[in-house]
Design a protein around this ligand. Structure first.
Ligand code: BMA
Length: 338
């Protein structure tokens, strides 16, 4: 039995695993939970992040506007399944209170560290780069300094400082959509100056599903095994890219070290809303709710760059799958200081 080291969430959305289903992650039966044209001016919501807020839930949503540009929208829910969205995108200000709006922002993640909430996204800084903002009330959103130079996509903060430092996973890139594709880790004493860069995981392995690139998903989940990291892996086909998901466990104190990594897929596009849409064949996890008491995990993922899907697993199912399919890459077990 493995344990989630976190808070209890008795109102986590939940459905039992279907009796005739063998996979480690099973879908919510009423998926997709967010459908097309969810709010005026927004054609599609996908790749989005949610978290508990008081007795209810709050989220930051990638809204593809009707002019085709992504921005971040706030949403609220009582049950974490039915969502209501604000009509206006989030307005960010700088630390002096002046307007500091990203030109575009996509794939947001949301998490709490100590008393503040953080949103991380991919935006434009003369090329794709990570953006980050802080809020304590979900009314004022203070955009901080851009953490990294371009090009970098797919930034995810740990929900806790490690050795007194903030820790971020990201995927450095170039100006192409697909080149590079490995996950790195960086640390900061103040969320302004970033360093102590390490490589965490490379694409590849004996399976082909993560051969083109990999990228972290929800904020890592603290467990008694280490940090549980769901991540996406991408493969190429004659018909384009396919995005699937699986998971790894990172060392608790030195999270650039991978302890276990599943060499096989936990969830891959199989349902109509994952196979068909703006970009076919994409499952892209960005958030997970957890209940420490029961070990339940509810995963929120973008489906086909068009919808939000919800899926379930438990810490035991996940750890068992990762260990049974464990396959570490050459640098995975190292600190990654190369
Ligand atoms: C990635 C990101 C994601 C998107 C995926 C598939 O590079 O842009 O936002 O879901 O491609 O289109």
């Amino acid at each position: 039995m493995s344990k989630i080291l976190g808070e209890n969430l008795p109102n986590i959305p939940w459905q039992e695993k279907p009796a005739n289903f063998n996979g480690p992650i099973w879908r919510h039966t009423e998926n997709p939970i967010i459908k097309r044209n969810p709010v005026e001016g927004v054609a599609r919501i996908f790749n989005s992040a949610v978290m508990p807020y008081g007795d209810e839930f709050i989220g930051v949503f990638r809204g593809e506007t009707i002019n085709g540009r992504p921005h971040i929208y706030l949403g609220y829910s009582k049950d974490a399944i039915n969502w209501e969205f604000e009509k206006e995108k989030i307005k960010f200000v700088d630390e002096e209170g002046s307007d500091y709006q990203p030109l575009y922002a996509y794939d947001p993640r949301l998490l709490k560290i100590e008393d503040a909430y953080y949103i991380i996204w991919c935006g434009d800084f003369d090329g794709a780069a990570i953006g980050i903002a802080k809020t304590t009330d979900f009314k004022t959103f203070i955009r901080l300094e851009n953490p990294f130079l371009p090009f970098n996509r797919n930034g995810v903060l740990f929900p806790k400082k490690i050795d007194g430092k903030y820790v971020m996973l990201s995927r450095p890139s170039d100006n192409g959509h697909t080149p590079f594709g490995d996950v790195f880790l960086s640390k900061s004493p103040d969320l302004k100056y970033w360093g102590e860069h390490r490589i965490v995981m490379q694409k590849g392995g004996s399976g082909w599903w993560q051969s083109i690139k990999i990228g972290c998903g929800p904020a890592p989940i603290e467990t008694d095994e280490g940090w549980l990291m769901f991540y996406h892996g991408v493969t190429g086909t004659c018909n384009g890219l396919v995005y699937s998901m699986s998971a790894a466990i990172l060392d608790k104190n030195c999270p650039s070290k991978v302890l276990y990594r599943a060499g096989s897929i936990m969830l891959t596009p199989e349902e109509w809303y994952e196979e068909r849409g703006f970009v076919a064949n994409v499952v892209f996890p960005c958030a997970a709710l957890t209940d420490a008491e029961t070990g339940r995990i509810a995963i929120y993922y973008g489906a086909a760059d068009t919808y939000v899907g919800l899926a379930y697993t438990t810490i035991d199912e996940t750890v068992k799958f990762i260990k049974e399919h464990n396959e570490l890459g050459t640098i995975d077990g190292q600190e990654g200081k190369l």
